[in-house]
Write a protein that binds this ligand. Structure first.
Ligand code: GDD
Ligand code: MG
Length: 338
């Protein structure tokens, strides 16, 4: 089985972190989030993956070269963003010698892909959509199904806060039905392709599961993913120490770290500083007596001595002045707050 992984989004909601790091390359504990996605695919016997993006391949070259072994990676650059559906149609030539997987690249999940593919085959589906239950479907695609799993409707980003099964961003697709769509034209799989297949009466199924599932798109969810990974809630992932200190991290003996904390390579926490529910990316520094809670500190960013930083995102090289207090802050790359 082959897979297309969509990595072309702009990561808007993770700004300012994504000002300098493409979303798939933002680290999750010990390696880029895209590594977690590719390792999950490999565990389910996917040995060939096409990464589809409008980013330049060169942005990811170091990542691709650092990864060797499973799965084998090919890269497709879109001259202009083709949207989720256009990107998949555009990649058909590389994957479509039979049913294949297509994935949103910004999801952390331990979904049983092997069982999902078997379900797809048993039902004789043209498309199978992984579903997960949420209490508020507004940020997602709402996908009501019949009791046997047949999809009734696909409603992307509903306006009312309703609970329900939503699109989990993993699909098994039959190439034959996708060949009806034009190549090289922007298309949304959620707003155009799935609604059309359903309207034509083709067998589109939903695969429900209560697997671990999280969209990494916002700072709050990004922190949530770390807390869950460190607590061992994601199957197939390493048993991380909590707090997690990367190689070369320096934490002063008099610093206090909560459990859901990652101190990245070369990052440091000074004496009497306190860090909880936060991620310090490579080379980030929390100076003496500072307090950091619920925050993401980008690579080589700095929190000055005695500062308080809560629910804040510092981009690469950003800084918070000594003694300052920042709540809900977003500090751009290289900028100094307040
Ligand atoms: N190659 C390529 N080209 N990839 C793209 C493009 C594009 O033009 N646009 C978006 N992507 C990628 C993103 O990088 C991401 O991995 C995936 O497609 C989904 O895009 P998002 O922008 O993250 O969409 P979303 O989170 O608002 O909604 C999607 O995911 C939800 C689950 O997290 C939809 O698929 C919803 O239906 C779904 O519930
Ligand atoms: Mg998303």
């Amino acid at each position: 089985m082959k897979a297309v992984v969509l990595v072309g989004g702009e990561g808007t909601r993770l700004r300012p972190l994504t000002e300098t790091i493409p979303k798939p390359l933002v680290p999750l504990v010990d390696r880029p989030s895209l590594d977690h996605v590719l390792d999950h695919l490999a565990r389910h016997g996917v040995h060939e993956v096409v990464l589809s993006s409008s980013y330049l391949e060169s942005t990811f070259r170091a990542f691709i070269e650092a990864r060797h072994g499973d799965p084998r990676i090919t890269w497709i650059t879109e001259a202009e963003p083709l949207g989720t559906g256009g990107a998949i149609v555009n990649a058909l030539g590389a994957v479509a010698d039979g049913p294949f997987l297509a994935l949103n690249g910004d999801i952390l999940t331990d979904l049983d892909l092997t069982a999902m593919v078997a379900f797809h085959r048993e039902r004789g589906a043209v498309a199978t959509i992984a579903l997960t239950h949420v209490e508020d479907a507004r940020p997602f695609g709402l996908v009501p199904t019949e009791p046997d799993g047949r999809v009734i409707e696909f409603r992307e980003k509903p306006t009312e806060p309703v609970p329900g099964d939503v699109n989990a961003g993993t699909y098994v697709l039959e190439p034959s039905v996708l060949r009806a769509f034009p190549v090289g034209v922007p298309l949304s799989i959620e707003r155009e392709i799935f609604p059309r297949l359903i309207a034509e009466g083709l067998p589109v199924y939903g695969f429900r599961s209560d697997a671990y599932w999280l969209d990494l798109g916002t700072p709050a969810q990004y922190l949530r993913a770390h807390a869950d990974l460190l607590a061992g809630r994601v199957a197939g992932e390493p048993a991380y120490a909590a707090p997690y200190l990367a190689e070369g991290a320096r934490v002063h003996l008099r610093a206090r770290l909560g459990k859901a904390v990652v101190v990245g390579p070369g990052a440091s926490v000074g004496p009497d500083a306190e860090v909880d529910d936060s991620v310090l990316l490579a080379g980030a520094a929390v100076e003496a007596g500072a307090r950091v809670v619920g925050s993401i500190l980008g690579p080589r960013s700095r929190v000055g001595a005695g500062a308080t930083v809560i629910d804040t995102v510092l981009a690469e090289g950003a800084a918070v002045r000594e003694g300052a207090e920042l709540r809900g802050g977003r500090v751009s790359a290289g900028a100094v707050a307040p």
